[in-house]
Design a protein around this ligand. Structure first.
Ligand code: NAD
Length: 497
């Protein structure tokens, strides 16, 4: 499977391998060291022209007091090599540790996460013999902004951020990828029936940009039924582009239904940086047991070799790997009595691939990367600033009394330059005026103040309003300005409004 990227600047070294490309390697946590050892063994045996800079990241770095799990020396290496082969890492639970994977993807601008999920029927047991889906996952935003706040005793918030440039980049990338690799269809998954503005932007951008690719079939699915369809009949999909969270979840599902989550590799692509990894995690339960399937990382390394313009070695390894699978040499995650012949551990699997270097698969199509790496010049449109008019404010309060009418009574006579209480919601559902007594209310209230008829107000009016609310001894925990943008409301109505 080829992966499209921007070309790298040529990097050479004066070491004993004059043409070797420096790459940064991290052995990771859990099964990481085992699958990395297996993968590097194969790269070496195949004659990959690489010069490895090893960095320490992950659990040890976290527990050593660095809450990002990666130190300055590691960043320096990544800046030097711009190519990262990374084993999975364990993010310690709680304790304020930020996911290193998410940090790396965002800091290095790796906006496209390309995850091919392919069935290897009849050699790997699967219910889905005809499956060749490429999931293109947005990699930098969505709920992975990781901006969370406990706002009240009862309610915690996680911000879902979807940007116009971020959306345009990933959707254009998916279409360019489909065009470059002769794919027929691009599907978009969103939940825009509920998240009309954030996922709505993703869907609308897909429709708009899709018009520039008339030769490709295009379709949109609501993510819930789309996920069900993917799990049931993956053969109807080709390239699927999704916001970050859905892509994270559904690429695991897609890989798992090919036979094992351990089979899929991925490329994280940015403008000038690229990171290659298995899609699975550090599988701590089987760590140190020589049981893990190294295939995901091996196939990620194949993607990396194409990226660093060593297509010959990439093909050699991929073909040997396909032959190993065909020969029924399988790790326990894919071992099945009806199709497998030899059950092997991680390192023996690597040895089996090495033994087959130079051989080709007999049944699977031969991997051929002679066309080299494809690179796309992804352009994003200029953001045209909208005419913004402030017309109100949502003021969020912590308030213990669960009775919305009593809260409304406390706020009703507060007025600031025409701003007046228009409605109160609890967890997004309108509870005043005319709420349902059955609606359960938490201690987290949104109080919408607008000026009617909708007219502009100054920010000073909002500040004055907040001061009056504060003087009533009500606890403001957050505010959101309400704008008209180019005359249209830039906020949603409440459920039940
Ligand atoms: P996981 O992917 O590690 O494991 C899920 C299941 O798949 C487990 O049953 C595991 O044994 C199995 N599995 C995974 N890889 C396998 C392989 N190569 N061969 C055979 N079986 C394999 O997911 P998890 O258990 O949810 O997460 C474990 C840790 O990994 C967590 O700390 C998580 O944060 C981390 N994680 C890291 C990455 C990454 O570094 N890119 C990605 C996902 C999860």
């Amino acid at each position: 499977m080829e992966i499209a990227t921007k070309p790298l600047e040529a990097t050479t070294t004066t070491s004993n391998m004059a043409t070797a490309t420096p790459i940064t390697v991290a052995y990771g946590d859990g099964i990481g060291p085992e699958i990395m050892t297996a993968t590097l063994k194969i790269l070496k045996a195949a004659g990959a022209r690489i010069k490895i800079e090893e960095i320490a990241i992950g659990e040890k770095v976290y527990l050593g007091g660095n809450s990002s799990g990666i130190g300055n020396e590691a960043w320096d290496s990544l800046r030097r090599t711009r190519v990262f082969l990374k084993a999975p890492i364990t993010t310690p639970q709680g304790g304020g540790y930020k996911s290193l994977n998410v940090t790396t993807r965002k800091v290095l601008g790796l906006y496209a996460n390309v995850r091919p999920c392919v069935s290897y029927h009849p050699y790997v047991h699967t219910k889905h013999p005809i499956m060749d889906v490429v999931i293109v996952r947005e990699n930098e935003e969505d709920l992975y902004a990781g901006i969370e706040h406990q706002q009240t005793d009862e309610v915690i918030q996680c911000l879902k951020l979807i940007s116009k440039p971020g959306t345009e980049k990933i959707i254009r990338y998916a279409f360019e990828y489909a065009r470059a690799y002769g794919r027929k269809k691009v599907t978009c998954f969103t939940k825009d029936n509920i998240m009309k503005m954030t996922d709505g932007l993703f869907h609308k951008t897909f429709d708009r940009i899709g018009e520039e690719y008339p030769e490709l079939e295009k379709e949109h699915w609501i993510v819930d039924i789309g996920a069900a369809k993917l799990a049931e009949t993956p053969e109807v999909f080709d390239v699927i582009v999704m916001p970050n969270l859905y892509g994270d979840i559904l690429s695991d599902v897609a890989a798992q239904i090919t036979g094992s989550v351990g089979l899929a590799g991925s490329a994280n692509i940015g403008d000038g940086f690229a990171m290659f990894e298995a899609i699975h995690g550090s599988a701590p339960r089987i760590a140190g047991m020589d049981k893990a399937n190294p295939s995901g990382l091996i196939l990620a390394a194949v993607q990396m070799l194409v990226h660093i313009k060593q297509s010959d070695i990439a093909a050699k390894i991929h073909n040997a790997w396909l032959r190993t699978i065909e020969d029924g040499v399988h790790t326990s995650d894919v071992y099945n009595d009806s199709v497998s012949k030899t059950k092997v551990g991680t390192q023996a699997f690597a040895e089996a691939v090495i033994e087959r270097l130079g051989q080709a698969p007999l049944q699977f199509p031969k991997a051929d990367y002679s066309n080299g790496d494809k690179h796309f010049d992804i352009k994003i449109s200029e953001t045209v600033p909208a005419v913004r008019e402030l017309v109100g404010v949502d003021i969020f309060l912590q308030h213990k009394d669960r009775n919305p009418d009593a809260l409304a009574a406390l706020l009703k006579d507060i007025e600031s330059s025409g701003l007046q209480l228009k409605m109160i919601t609890n967890r997004g559902t309108k509870v005043w005026p005319n709420g349902f007594p059955e609606t359960f209310c938490t201690d987290h209230w949104r109080c919408r103040f607008t000026r009617e008829p909708q007219q502009g107000v100054s920010y000073q009016a909002v500040v004055d309003l907040m001061q009056k609310i504060h003087h009533r001894k009500l606890e403001i925990i957050k505010t959101e300005n309400l704008y008209l943008m180019d005359g249209a409301p830039a906020y949603t109505a409440a459920q039940g409004q």
